[in-house]
Design a protein around this ligand. Structure first.
Ligand code: SF4
Length: 340
């Protein structure tokens, strides 16, 4: 059984201007010890998907449907007390900006001790020892001394390490990392992703990494969900997605990926902007930006279906498979030619 199984998840927000369909029929599963990367541009619904699973959307004006089965228990129908128990104990989240998630007026140690004692009936001394142990695990040097420092005394990368320590306080089964490296420089990004991978091996947690960066996905994920305008555009194990990408939006993301091994004059940009989720385009939501658009695309929303010779690889696009294979091959050959 999958640790987390999400079926036909929908999250709609009622606003004065109408209903915003922020997540519209998303399904996926995450196995124990595995990493799922959810990738897409801002506003694609990737963060709202995870906030819905965690029960962190405002109840007011939010309509949620579908299932999010965590160890068989539907989180969408769980009460708020049960959700509080699960959050922190079984599922933890690392947010993008640690400075806004840490309390600037309390020391790191006080915040970690509070997090430990919130979920465990232990003395302050034991909780403090756990705090120091976790700071060491995430690579904070001189953890015994630094535990009494305040958030502003840490660099951005170190603060993100502290947030990871906070998330690991109770050995969660599932860790959700929302753009965990976006605010960091490239070297620190690599260190933080390596740290998350190492901790996954040590703690055996499953991880969902939310990112706009396919590079992070290539490094960290076992499986990938590409989201566009609140829907899944493509879904596959990571090697399959990179070796045989099957959706024009994924081609766009791959084409706009900076590469250190290739000298590229200009990165290819996906034209246009992601659509408003208040009034998404008819048919395929990607059609106003898609270079392969056909008449049918403007009228019929393509279903998410497996490609004919691989049941693990799903995609939602009306193009025929021959064209997709040809275009994917062209894209991969051109990047390889530039690399050689
Ligand atoms: Fe492009 Fe049509 Fe495929 Fe949508 S369905 S991605 S518009 S070709």
């Amino acid at each position: 059984m999958a640790l987390l199984e999400v079926n036909d998840l929908k999250t709609y927000f009622q606003t004065d201007d109408g209903i915003v369909k922020a997540v519209d029929g998303v399904s996926f599963s995450v196995e124990k010890g595995k990493t799922l990367g959810i990738v897409g541009e801002s506003g694609s619904g990737k963060s709202v998907t995870c906030l819905t699973i965690m029960g962190l959307n405002s109840k007011k004006n939010t309509i949620t449907s579908g299932e999010a089965l965590f160890n068989g228990e539907n989180l969408l129908t769980a009460g708020s007390r049960r959700l509080r128990e699960i959050r922190g104990n079984d599922i933890a989240m690392i947010f993008q900006d640690p400075m806004t998630s840490l309390n600037p007026v309390h020391s790191i140690g006080a915040q970690l001790v509070e997090a430990v004692q919130l979920h465990r009936d232990v003395s302050k001394k034991v909780a403090r020892a756990r705090a120091v142990e976790l700071l060491k695990a995430v690579g904070i040097p001189r953890a015994e001394r630094r535990v009494d420092d305040y958030p502003h005394q840490f660099s951005g990368g170190m603060r993100q390490r502290v947030m990871i320590a906070m998330a690991l306080v109770n050995d969660p089964d599932l860790l959700i990392a929302d753009e965990p490296t976006t605010a960091l420089d490239v070297t620190t990004q690599a260190q933080i992703m390596n740290l998350i991978k190492r901790l996954q091996d040590d703690f055996g947690s499953a991880i969902i990494v939310i990112t706009h960066d396919l590079g992070v996905v290539a490094e960290a994920a076992d499986d990938v969900l590409v989201m566009y305008a609140a829907e899944v555009a493509e879904q596959a194990p990571v090697e399959k997605l990179f070796n045989r990408p099957f959706h024009p939006y994924t081609w766009g993301l791959l084409g706009s990926l900076p590469r250190l091994d290739i000298e590229v004059e200009r990165l290819v940009q996906i034209p246009g902007q992601p659509p408003s989720l208040l009034r998404p385009p008819s048919g395929c939501r990607f059609h106003p930006r898609c270079p392969y658009v056909m008449d049918k695309c403007k009228q019929v929303d393509p279903p998410l279906v497996a490609i004919s010779d691989d049941s693990d690889h799903l995609q939602a696009c009306h193009l025929d498979e021959e064209t997709k294979d040809r275009e994917a091959k062209k894209l991969l050959e051109s990047t390889m030619a530039q690399a050689s």
